[in-house]
Design a protein around this ligand. Structure first.
Ligand code: PLP
Length: 367
């Protein structure tokens, strides 16, 4: 079997799983409880949080643990917008559904500008600059696109947004963290989100980093834990596993990148001679994602063909893969319904082997 869907989720690393199990056994008490066990759990929570903040050298941010990045993105956007009755928000046409659909839900109250992308899946930075005015309150742009892997120039975006002190910047960093060495400081982002299960940790936990100066509001109501931003008893073991995943994998970002870049080149080389295969992802994209189309098939059909050779890929993002619609990002990039309907996403990992890549090349060429 060859798994090529690491962009959807990753298998849990054994060491991280062990840390999860150990923490579940030993620190099961609620961090909010006043007794000794509660205090002990709270100390573990504070330590795990500090370890994560230190890993990114974050001095002025709080970290809020959520169920996943979807919830973290919802909290960032909806929680910040609670400060306003109206205003302009600038985002892109290619955000993950957990940002895009939130924006759609806000259209009646706010003016939402969806920036276009070019053939490489990148926004035009001048257009971003022009879209910012006195009414603008929030910019939400992803770091690495989950469908085609395009890498937005976050440093440039920071510089543009910083010219307007009233605008807050939110970045969905889910597909960048631990994969791409950032060309920016996480300290310069007002809010940013990640998901532990994309980083060889368990599912059911993600997080939002929020600068303490951002007036963020809770969107769920209940207890005042987690800086009053996310009520409810949370699973300390997931928090500890998250700290472990970040401490283990973040420092390996460059090493894993170099390996995956080679794999990516090998796959591209193996598919290049086949005129039926159109690679949608630019060569400058994240090497972890290769989006391609076989215009004579629907994306779902290619997924099924590959499945019969025990190769597992997805059509767009995991969240939209059951929808029968043309892939939104590929459509925005190519303006071609045929390419967007026949797109599949191959997503790689440092765990992907050369043999698996070879099997994929042969099978795709056969199809
Ligand atoms: N943002 C991006 C870019 C993603 O790729 C994903 C998941 O695929 C998410 C957000 C949502 O993550 P989660 O599954 O943790 O909700």
């Amino acid at each position: 079997m060859a798994y090529f869907d690491y962009g959807a989720t990753t298998p849990v690393d054994k060491e991280i799983l062990a840390s999860y199990i150990k923490a579940s056994e030993h620190f099961f008490a609620s961090t909010a409880s006043l007794h000794f066990l509660g205090k002990e759990a709270n100390e573990m929570y504070l330590k795990a949080t500090k370890d994560i903040l230190d890993q990114f050298a974050l001095a002025n941010h709080n970290l809020v643990f959520t169920t996943n990045a979807t919830e973290a993105n919802n909290l960032a956007i909806l929680g910040y917008l609670k400060n306003f009755k109206k205003g302009r928000i600038v985002t892109t046409k290619v955000e993950h559904a957990s940002v895009y659909e939130v924006m759609k839900s806000c259209e009646e109250q706010f003016e939402i500008i969806y920036l276009d992308v070019d053939k490489e899946g990148l926004i035009n930075y001048e257009e971003l600059s022009k879209a910012l005015n006195k009414e603008t309150i929030l910019v939400s742009i992803m770091w690495v696109n989950n469908v085609v892997g395009s890498i937005m120039n976050i440093q440039k975006i920071i510089e543009i947004v910083k010219k307007h002190p009233q605008i807050k910047l939110h970045v969905d960093a889910v597909q960048g963290l631990g994969k791409i060495v950032p060309n920016f400081s996480f300290n310069d982002l007002d809010m940013w989100t990640f998901s532990t299960h994309k980083l060889y940790g368990p599912k059911g936990v993600g997080g939002l980093f929020v600068n303490k100066k951002v007036g963020l509001h809770n969107i769920l109501y209940g207890s005042k834990v987690q800086h009053g931003l996310r009520p409810g008893t949370f699973d300390l073991s997931l928090v500890i596993a998250t700290a472990k995943a970040i401490k283990k994998f973040y420092p390996l970002t460059d090493e894993h990148y170099q390996y995956v870049k080679k794999l990516n080149n090998y796959i591209r080389e193996g598919l290049k001679k086949n005129p039926q295969i159109i690679i949608n992802s630019s060569e400058n994209s994240s090497p972890y994602i290769i989006n391609l189309s076989l215009p004579s098939f629907l994306g779902q059909t290619i997924v099924r063909h590959l499945e019969s050779a025990q190769i597992y890929v997805s059509t767009g993002s995991a969240c939209s893969s059951k929808e029968q619609k043309p892939e939104r990002t590929v459509l925005a990039m190519t303006n071609d319904i045929l390419l967007a309907s026949s797109a599949i996403r191959i997503s790689l990992s440092h765990l992907t082997t050369l043999q698996e890549a070879g099997h994929l090349i042969t099978t795709l060429n056969k199809i």
